[in-house]
Design a protein around this ligand. Structure first.
Ligand code: MTE
Ligand code: MO
Length: 322
Protein backbone atom coordinates (compact mmCIF):
# COMPACT_ATOMS: atom_id res chain seq x y z
CA UNK A 1 0.00 0.00 0.00
CA UNK A 2 1.55 3.25 -1.09
CA UNK A 3 0.70 6.14 1.09
CA UNK A 4 3.35 8.65 0.22
CA UNK A 5 2.13 12.04 -0.78
CA UNK A 6 3.45 13.42 -4.02
CA UNK A 7 5.75 16.14 -2.80
CA UNK A 8 7.50 13.86 -0.32
CA UNK A 9 8.60 11.36 -2.91
CA UNK A 10 12.25 11.85 -3.61
CA UNK A 11 13.44 11.82 -7.20
CA UNK A 12 15.61 8.78 -6.67
CA UNK A 13 12.72 6.67 -5.40
CA UNK A 14 11.50 4.58 -8.28
CA UNK A 15 7.76 4.20 -8.03
CA UNK A 16 5.75 2.62 -10.84
CA UNK A 17 3.66 5.33 -12.46
CA UNK A 18 0.39 3.50 -11.83
CA UNK A 19 1.02 3.22 -8.07
CA UNK A 20 2.31 6.74 -7.90
CA UNK A 21 -0.89 8.15 -9.40
CA UNK A 22 -2.97 5.96 -7.11
CA UNK A 23 -1.20 7.19 -4.01
CA UNK A 24 -1.52 10.77 -5.13
CA UNK A 25 -5.24 10.46 -5.64
CA UNK A 26 -5.73 8.80 -2.26
CA UNK A 27 -4.06 11.66 -0.46
CA UNK A 28 -5.56 14.49 -2.46
CA UNK A 29 -9.09 13.10 -2.50
CA UNK A 30 -8.95 12.55 1.22
CA UNK A 31 -7.51 15.97 1.84
CA UNK A 32 -10.36 17.54 -0.11
CA UNK A 33 -12.86 15.56 1.93
CA UNK A 34 -11.13 16.64 5.11
CA UNK A 35 -11.26 20.28 4.08
CA UNK A 36 -14.93 19.95 3.25
CA UNK A 37 -15.59 18.86 6.82
CA UNK A 38 -13.70 21.95 7.89
CA UNK A 39 -15.96 23.46 10.47
CA UNK A 40 -16.39 20.22 12.37
CA UNK A 41 -12.64 19.91 12.59
CA UNK A 42 -11.58 23.42 13.38
CA UNK A 43 -9.41 22.75 16.35
CA UNK A 44 -9.74 25.05 19.30
CA UNK A 45 -6.12 25.75 20.08
CA UNK A 46 -3.91 28.72 20.52
CA UNK A 47 -0.47 28.43 18.99
CA UNK A 48 2.77 30.22 18.79
CA UNK A 49 4.04 30.57 15.23
CA UNK A 50 7.39 29.22 16.34
CA UNK A 51 8.86 27.37 13.43
CA UNK A 52 12.48 27.61 14.54
CA UNK A 53 12.82 23.88 14.76
CA UNK A 54 10.98 23.17 11.51
CA UNK A 55 12.89 20.89 9.20
CA UNK A 56 12.45 20.25 5.51
CA UNK A 57 9.55 17.92 5.86
CA UNK A 58 7.60 20.51 7.75
CA UNK A 59 7.61 22.93 4.80
CA UNK A 60 5.25 20.65 2.94
CA UNK A 61 2.65 20.81 5.71
CA UNK A 62 2.44 24.59 5.83
CA UNK A 63 -0.16 24.18 3.09
CA UNK A 64 -2.43 22.31 5.47
CA UNK A 65 -5.44 24.09 6.92
CA UNK A 66 -4.84 22.84 10.45
CA UNK A 67 -4.41 25.62 13.02
CA UNK A 68 -1.59 23.61 14.59
CA UNK A 69 0.43 23.16 11.39
CA UNK A 70 3.10 25.58 12.61
CA UNK A 71 3.75 23.50 15.67
CA UNK A 72 4.74 20.31 13.90
CA UNK A 73 7.29 18.20 15.74
CA UNK A 74 10.16 17.23 13.46
CA UNK A 75 9.92 13.77 11.92
CA UNK A 76 13.22 12.79 13.50
CA UNK A 77 11.82 13.36 17.00
CA UNK A 78 8.41 11.85 16.32
CA UNK A 79 10.21 8.66 15.29
CA UNK A 80 12.95 8.56 17.93
CA UNK A 81 11.21 9.61 21.18
CA UNK A 82 8.59 6.95 21.74
CA UNK A 83 6.60 4.93 24.23
CA UNK A 84 6.18 1.33 23.11
CA UNK A 85 6.88 -0.94 26.07
CA UNK A 86 6.86 -4.04 23.89
CA UNK A 87 10.33 -2.87 22.83
CA UNK A 88 11.54 -1.57 26.19
CA UNK A 89 10.70 1.24 28.57
CA UNK A 90 13.32 3.75 27.37
CA UNK A 91 12.24 6.46 24.95
CA UNK A 92 14.91 5.34 22.47
CA UNK A 93 14.17 1.61 22.77
CA UNK A 94 11.34 1.47 20.21
CA UNK A 95 13.43 3.15 17.49
CA UNK A 96 16.34 0.84 18.31
CA UNK A 97 14.40 -2.44 18.41
CA UNK A 98 11.09 -2.16 16.56
CA UNK A 99 12.68 -3.12 13.23
CA UNK A 100 12.23 -6.68 14.50
CA UNK A 101 8.50 -6.41 14.00
CA UNK A 102 7.22 -7.87 10.75
CA UNK A 103 4.24 -5.75 9.73
CA UNK A 104 3.23 -7.52 6.50
CA UNK A 105 1.25 -9.64 6.00
CA UNK A 106 -0.88 -8.45 8.93
CA UNK A 107 -4.27 -9.73 9.96
CA UNK A 108 -6.84 -8.10 12.15
CA UNK A 109 -9.41 -10.19 14.01
CA UNK A 110 -12.84 -8.62 14.23
CA UNK A 111 -15.22 -10.20 16.72
CA UNK A 112 -17.67 -9.79 19.58
CA UNK A 113 -20.93 -7.92 19.02
CA UNK A 114 -20.61 -7.69 15.23
CA UNK A 115 -22.52 -9.01 12.26
CA UNK A 116 -19.32 -9.57 10.29
CA UNK A 117 -16.79 -11.32 12.55
CA UNK A 118 -13.65 -12.72 10.95
CA UNK A 119 -9.94 -12.51 10.42
CA UNK A 120 -9.24 -9.84 7.83
CA UNK A 121 -6.07 -9.11 5.95
CA UNK A 122 -5.05 -5.51 6.60
CA UNK A 123 -4.70 -4.88 2.85
CA UNK A 124 -8.34 -5.85 2.38
CA UNK A 125 -9.40 -3.53 5.18
CA UNK A 126 -7.40 -0.65 3.69
CA UNK A 127 -8.90 -1.11 0.22
CA UNK A 128 -12.27 -0.10 1.65
CA UNK A 129 -11.08 2.92 3.61
CA UNK A 130 -10.62 6.53 2.64
CA UNK A 131 -7.17 7.61 3.81
CA UNK A 132 -6.86 11.14 5.14
CA UNK A 133 -4.12 13.25 6.58
CA UNK A 134 -4.84 14.93 9.93
CA UNK A 135 -2.59 17.03 12.12
CA UNK A 136 -3.23 16.19 15.77
CA UNK A 137 -1.48 16.99 19.01
CA UNK A 138 -0.53 13.89 21.00
CA UNK A 139 -0.44 14.66 24.73
CA UNK A 140 1.27 12.02 26.82
CA UNK A 141 0.30 11.48 30.46
CA UNK A 142 3.99 12.06 31.27
CA UNK A 143 3.26 15.76 30.53
CA UNK A 144 4.90 16.20 27.15
CA UNK A 145 3.30 16.67 23.78
CA UNK A 146 4.07 16.59 20.09
CA UNK A 147 2.18 17.54 16.95
CA UNK A 148 2.12 14.98 14.17
CA UNK A 149 0.62 14.84 10.68
CA UNK A 150 -0.99 11.41 10.80
CA UNK A 151 -2.38 9.43 7.90
CA UNK A 152 -5.29 7.12 8.51
CA UNK A 153 -9.00 6.52 8.27
CA UNK A 154 -12.02 7.05 10.47
CA UNK A 155 -12.56 4.24 12.95
CA UNK A 156 -16.29 4.98 12.59
CA UNK A 157 -16.23 3.77 8.98
CA UNK A 158 -14.57 0.50 9.92
CA UNK A 159 -17.02 -0.07 12.78
CA UNK A 160 -20.00 0.53 10.50
CA UNK A 161 -18.64 -2.08 8.11
CA UNK A 162 -18.37 -4.54 11.02
CA UNK A 163 -22.16 -4.19 11.55
CA UNK A 164 -22.35 -3.63 15.31
CA UNK A 165 -25.19 -5.35 17.18
CA UNK A 166 -27.42 -3.46 19.63
CA UNK A 167 -25.21 -4.73 22.49
CA UNK A 168 -22.04 -3.12 21.15
CA UNK A 169 -21.40 -0.48 23.84
CA UNK A 170 -17.59 -0.47 23.86
CA UNK A 171 -14.66 -1.27 21.60
CA UNK A 172 -11.70 -3.29 22.84
CA UNK A 173 -8.36 -3.20 21.02
CA UNK A 174 -5.47 -5.64 21.40
CA UNK A 175 -1.81 -5.31 20.38
CA UNK A 176 0.13 -8.22 18.90
CA UNK A 177 1.54 -10.68 21.43
CA UNK A 178 4.80 -12.16 20.17
CA UNK A 179 7.76 -11.99 22.57
CA UNK A 180 10.16 -13.09 19.82
CA UNK A 181 9.36 -10.00 17.78
CA UNK A 182 8.55 -7.83 20.79
CA UNK A 183 11.26 -8.66 23.34
CA UNK A 184 9.84 -6.23 25.91
CA UNK A 185 7.04 -8.75 26.38
CA UNK A 186 9.53 -11.12 28.00
CA UNK A 187 9.50 -8.77 30.97
CA UNK A 188 6.47 -8.09 33.13
CA UNK A 189 6.47 -4.30 32.80
CA UNK A 190 2.78 -4.59 31.84
CA UNK A 191 0.41 -7.51 31.51
CA UNK A 192 0.66 -8.58 27.86
CA UNK A 193 -0.80 -8.15 25.35
CA UNK A 194 -1.44 -4.41 25.66
CA UNK A 195 -5.18 -3.74 25.59
CA UNK A 196 -7.19 -0.54 25.33
CA UNK A 197 -10.81 0.46 24.97
CA UNK A 198 -13.24 3.21 24.02
CA UNK A 199 -16.91 3.81 24.63
CA UNK A 200 -18.87 3.37 21.39
CA UNK A 201 -19.64 7.08 20.97
CA UNK A 202 -15.95 7.92 21.42
CA UNK A 203 -14.99 5.29 18.86
CA UNK A 204 -17.59 6.63 16.41
CA UNK A 205 -16.48 10.26 16.81
CA UNK A 206 -15.16 11.75 13.54
CA UNK A 207 -11.88 12.83 15.21
CA UNK A 208 -11.00 9.22 16.14
CA UNK A 209 -8.43 7.91 13.70
CA UNK A 210 -7.01 4.51 12.81
CA UNK A 211 -3.56 5.62 11.74
CA UNK A 212 -1.47 3.84 9.12
CA UNK A 213 1.22 6.45 8.59
CA UNK A 214 2.72 9.80 9.47
CA UNK A 215 4.49 12.60 7.62
CA UNK A 216 3.24 11.22 4.32
CA UNK A 217 4.94 7.88 4.86
CA UNK A 218 3.93 4.45 6.05
CA UNK A 219 3.87 4.16 9.81
CA UNK A 220 7.36 3.58 11.22
CA UNK A 221 7.39 0.45 13.37
CA UNK A 222 8.27 2.40 16.52
CA UNK A 223 5.11 4.48 16.09
CA UNK A 224 2.86 1.42 16.00
CA UNK A 225 2.91 -0.04 12.50
CA UNK A 226 0.96 -1.13 10.68
CA UNK A 227 -2.18 0.10 12.45
CA UNK A 228 -2.60 2.18 15.61
CA UNK A 229 -5.31 4.21 17.23
CA UNK A 230 -5.27 8.01 17.66
CA UNK A 231 -7.80 9.70 19.94
CA UNK A 232 -6.59 13.30 20.02
CA UNK A 233 -8.52 14.47 23.11
CA UNK A 234 -7.17 11.62 25.28
CA UNK A 235 -3.76 10.92 26.82
CA UNK A 236 -1.34 9.12 24.54
CA UNK A 237 -1.61 5.77 26.29
CA UNK A 238 -5.09 5.31 24.79
CA UNK A 239 -3.53 5.26 21.32
CA UNK A 240 -2.73 1.56 21.22
CA UNK A 241 -0.17 0.41 18.65
CA UNK A 242 0.21 -2.55 16.30
CA UNK A 243 -3.42 -3.63 16.65
CA UNK A 244 -4.32 -7.25 15.82
CA UNK A 245 -7.81 -7.45 17.30
CA UNK A 246 -10.86 -5.21 17.44
CA UNK A 247 -13.73 -6.51 19.50
CA UNK A 248 -17.08 -4.86 20.11
CA UNK A 249 -18.32 -5.64 23.60
CA UNK A 250 -21.25 -4.97 25.91
CA UNK A 251 -19.30 -4.07 29.06
CA UNK A 252 -16.41 -1.67 29.66
CA UNK A 253 -13.22 -3.55 28.77
CA UNK A 254 -10.04 -3.82 30.82
CA UNK A 255 -7.20 -1.52 29.77
CA UNK A 256 -3.50 -2.21 30.37
CA UNK A 257 -2.58 0.96 32.24
CA UNK A 258 -5.72 0.94 34.33
CA UNK A 259 -4.94 -2.63 35.31
CA UNK A 260 -1.32 -1.82 36.19
CA UNK A 261 -2.16 1.25 38.34
CA UNK A 262 -5.87 1.76 38.80
CA UNK A 263 -5.66 5.03 40.75
CA UNK A 264 -3.25 6.61 38.24
CA UNK A 265 -4.74 5.77 34.85
CA UNK A 266 -8.48 5.82 34.34
CA UNK A 267 -10.52 4.31 31.54
CA UNK A 268 -11.52 7.68 30.09
CA UNK A 269 -8.07 9.35 30.18
CA UNK A 270 -9.41 12.59 28.74
CA UNK A 271 -6.72 15.28 28.74
CA UNK A 272 -7.67 17.45 31.71
CA UNK A 273 -5.40 20.14 33.19
CA UNK A 274 -7.62 20.26 36.31
CA UNK A 275 -7.16 16.63 37.31
CA UNK A 276 -3.59 15.89 38.42
CA UNK A 277 -1.94 12.55 38.09
CA UNK A 278 -1.37 11.38 41.70
CA UNK A 279 2.37 11.99 41.28
CA UNK A 280 2.49 15.12 39.10
CA UNK A 281 0.43 18.00 37.71
CA UNK A 282 -1.24 17.82 34.31
CA UNK A 283 -1.62 21.59 33.95
CA UNK A 284 1.39 22.08 31.66
CA UNK A 285 3.26 20.10 29.06
CA UNK A 286 6.78 20.07 27.70
CA UNK A 287 6.72 20.55 23.94
CA UNK A 288 9.00 17.94 22.41
CA UNK A 289 11.47 19.60 20.04
CA UNK A 290 10.90 23.15 21.29
CA UNK A 291 14.07 25.23 21.54
CA UNK A 292 15.92 25.23 24.85
CA UNK A 293 14.33 27.43 27.54
CA UNK A 294 10.95 27.49 25.80
CA UNK A 295 8.37 27.69 28.60
CA UNK A 296 6.05 24.76 29.08
CA UNK A 297 2.77 24.93 27.23
CA UNK A 298 -0.52 25.23 29.09
CA UNK A 299 -2.45 22.02 28.71
CA UNK A 300 -5.92 22.57 27.33
CA UNK A 301 -9.10 20.80 28.37
CA UNK A 302 -9.63 17.83 26.05
CA UNK A 303 -6.24 18.71 24.57
CA UNK A 304 -7.85 21.63 22.72
CA UNK A 305 -10.56 19.54 21.06
CA UNK A 306 -13.28 20.47 23.58
CA UNK A 307 -15.57 22.12 21.06
CA UNK A 308 -15.83 18.83 19.23
CA UNK A 309 -15.98 16.37 22.13
CA UNK A 310 -17.11 17.99 25.39
CA UNK A 311 -20.72 17.03 24.64
CA UNK A 312 -19.81 13.34 24.88
CA UNK A 313 -19.22 13.80 28.61
CA UNK A 314 -22.10 16.11 29.51
CA UNK A 315 -23.25 15.47 33.07
CA UNK A 316 -20.30 13.21 33.90
CA UNK A 317 -18.07 13.98 36.86
CA UNK A 318 -14.69 14.10 35.11
CA UNK A 319 -12.79 13.97 38.42
CA UNK A 320 -14.39 10.64 39.17
CA UNK A 321 -14.33 9.33 35.61
CA UNK A 322 -10.74 10.37 34.86
N1 MTE B 1 1.00 -1.41 22.31
C1 MTE B 1 1.37 -0.26 22.87
N2 MTE B 1 0.76 0.87 22.48
C2 MTE B 1 1.12 2.07 23.05
C3 MTE B 1 2.12 2.11 24.06
C4 MTE B 1 2.75 0.89 24.43
O1 MTE B 1 3.64 0.83 25.31
N3 MTE B 1 2.36 -0.26 23.80
N4 MTE B 1 2.43 3.32 24.66
C5 MTE B 1 1.39 4.37 24.62
C6 MTE B 1 1.85 5.66 25.10
S1 MTE B 1 2.05 5.80 26.80
C7 MTE B 1 2.01 6.75 24.28
S2 MTE B 1 2.37 8.28 24.89
C8 MTE B 1 1.91 6.59 22.80
C9 MTE B 1 3.20 7.08 22.16
O2 MTE B 1 3.08 7.13 20.77
P1 MTE B 1 4.33 7.58 19.89
O3 MTE B 1 5.50 6.76 20.30
O4 MTE B 1 3.91 7.35 18.47
O5 MTE B 1 4.54 9.03 20.18
O6 MTE B 1 1.69 5.24 22.40
C10 MTE B 1 0.79 4.52 23.22
N5 MTE B 1 0.52 3.21 22.63
MO1 MO C 1 2.09 8.09 27.21
Amino acid sequence: MLIKSASLIKENEVTPKKDYDKSRSIISASRRQFLAQGSALVLATSFSPNTLWAGNKIEHYKKSNSPIKNELTPYELVTSYNNFYEFGTGKGDPAAHAHRLKTRPWSVTVDGEVGKPGVYDLEDILKRQQLEERIYRLRCVEAWSMVVPWIGFSLAELIKQMEPTSKANYVEFTTLYDPEQMPGQKRRTLKWPYVEGLRMDEAMHPLTLMATGLYGEEMPNQNGAPLRLIVPWKYGFKSIKSIVKIRLVEHQPTTSWNESARHEYGFYANVNPHVSHPRWSQSRERVIGAPLFTPKRKTEMFNGYGEQVASLYKGMNLKRFF
